[in-house]
Write a new protein. Structure first.
Length: 440
């Protein structure tokens, strides 16, 4: 055999070995489930589970905020069709109603469990990780069956599923198989015996059904996080909002918050802390509106108990090293813009108004290293969710049609370098980047 043929043979064997490894990694843990799926038929049309199971499933669907993605704007609940932009193209959410042709009508409970636990469709096709199965894999079987029972009880909607508009090769099953081999492994939630039952319940909700790290984690070039335990913060792809770290006291860590303050923020969208009013806005405001306000007090307390332990041993206000402290420069443009547009609510001294307008002075949301949220708030406005516990929240008007990129940069630089703040200046380029489609 010639040297060239030997090289080709070695290359073929290597490729075949890699392919076999990818296939094996994608089939982990599915042997017994395949047998269950083969032996279980979808229930007949009109089947309804026990009302208590359906009610539990409805609660879990709110806890997982399922409707947010699986309902198009103005469309029927759970009928899918919402366009979800990703760095790789557009994904359209699936129809979760019990319609036989377009939804879950022909799905069995084991097939639904496989979708949550293994990221596969009813026919075995690999699902795109825009569906956060890296988190839902932690959901236990009883909760998966309750979710299935609830979704089978909603009105069926005959709405066809629109094909994804992903770029090549991200639109291929081969690419998904490689991605999953690298970044996905079916898992079960493991109780931490050193922690309380309440803490474990909070961990289960945050890591699994709540899929908090779908936003609160950084992603690599292929869109993967380091796993459901990563809550270190990250820029939400395409949308240009920054989901702050839940472990860093300089961002959104709550180790020094009281249980009541955390629960209030998740239940009402606002929390009155000694340092001033804190509000949930942007994507987190939507999460409170659609999901967390509907959780029981016991589950909110469990989530709070878990979040309080994240970064609990970090310094609450670690001093910045002298070499990294930003030097404040003269900024008359920013000072004037603040006086004209911000001081009437937030005060000349940035103290805000108790119970109405959040303070800017001493506000860690103002001084975070990534200024994306400040840009989005100034451009789009800031609106806390209206909830029974806070039905008439004050909102911040948008200034996207009033202020140029240069204006926004100067204004935010003033805010980030006043009242003792030592954050880096905001550049016009950063504003242009985070402003996104609102760019002028």
């Amino acid at each position: 055999m010639s040297a060239r043929l030997k090289w080709l043979a070695a290359a073929f064997i290597g490729i075949a070995g890699l392919a076999a490894t990818v296939v094996a990694l994608n089939l982990r843990g599915e042997g017994t489930l395949d047998a269950e799926i083969a032996a279980t038929a979808a229930p007949a049309a009109g089947w309804r589970a026990d009302p208590e199971v359906i009610a539990r499933g409805a609660y879990l669907a709110r806890a997982g905020n399922c409707q947010a993605c699986h309902s198009a704007r103005g469309g029927a609940p759970y009928a899918g069709g919402r366009a979800i932009e990703t760095p790789f193209g557009i994904v359209f959410s699936s129809n979760l109603t019990p319609d036989a042709d377009h939804g879950l009508g022909r799905w069995s409970a084991p097939q639904f469990w496989r979708a949550l636990h293994h990221g596969r469709s009813a026919d075995g096709r690999l699902l795109t990780p825009a569906f956060p199965y890296d988190n839902t894999t932690l959901i236990n079987r009883a909760d998966a069956d309750a979710l299935y029972a609830y979704l089978r009880s909603v009105p069926p909607v005959a709405q066809a599923v629109r094909a994804h508009e992903l770029r090549f090769p991200f639109n291929t099953q081969a690419a998904l198989a490689v991605w999953r081999a690298l970044y996905f492994e079916p898992r079960e939630f493991r109780t931490d015996t050193t922690q309380s039952a309440e803490w474990n319940r909070g961990a289960y909700l945050v890591q699994g059904l709540g899929h908090c790290n779908a936003c609160h984690a950084s992603r690599n070039a292929l869109g993967a996080t380091s796993g459901p335990l990563d809550l270190s913060g990250g820029l939400i792809p395409v949308h240009n909002w920054y989901a702050p770290s839940l472990t860093d006291p300089r961002e959104a860590g709550v180790a020094d918050w009281s249980r009541a303050e955390i629960v209030a923020l998740l239940k009402t969208g606002v929390a009155n802390r000694p340092s001033g009013l804190v509000t949930a806005s942007g994507p987190m405001g939507e999460v409170v509106l659609r999901s967390t306000q509907h959780l029981s007090d016991a589950d909110l307390g469990a989530v709070a108990a878990y979040l309080q332990t994240l970064g609990a041993h970090a310094a609450v206000n670690p001093p910045a090293a002298a070499s990294t402290r930003a030097l404040k420069t003269a900024n008359p443009q920013g000072e004037k813009l603040y006086a004209d547009h911000c001081a009437s609510c937030h005060g000349d001294n940035g103290a805000g108004v108790a119970g109405a307008y959040p303070p800017l002075a001493g506000n860690r949301a103002v001084t975070m290293a990534v200024p994306a949220n400040l840009v989005r708030m100034v451009v789009e406005g800031g609106f806390a969710p209206a909830t029974p516990g806070h039905p008439r929240p004050f909102g911040m008007p948008p200034f996207g049609q009033t202020l140029s990129n240069d204006d926004v940069a100067a204004l935010l630089t003033h805010v980030r370098q006043s009242w003792g703040h030592q954050a880096e200046a905001v550049s016009t380029l950063q504003v242009s980047r985070y402003r996104g489609s609102a760019e002028r």
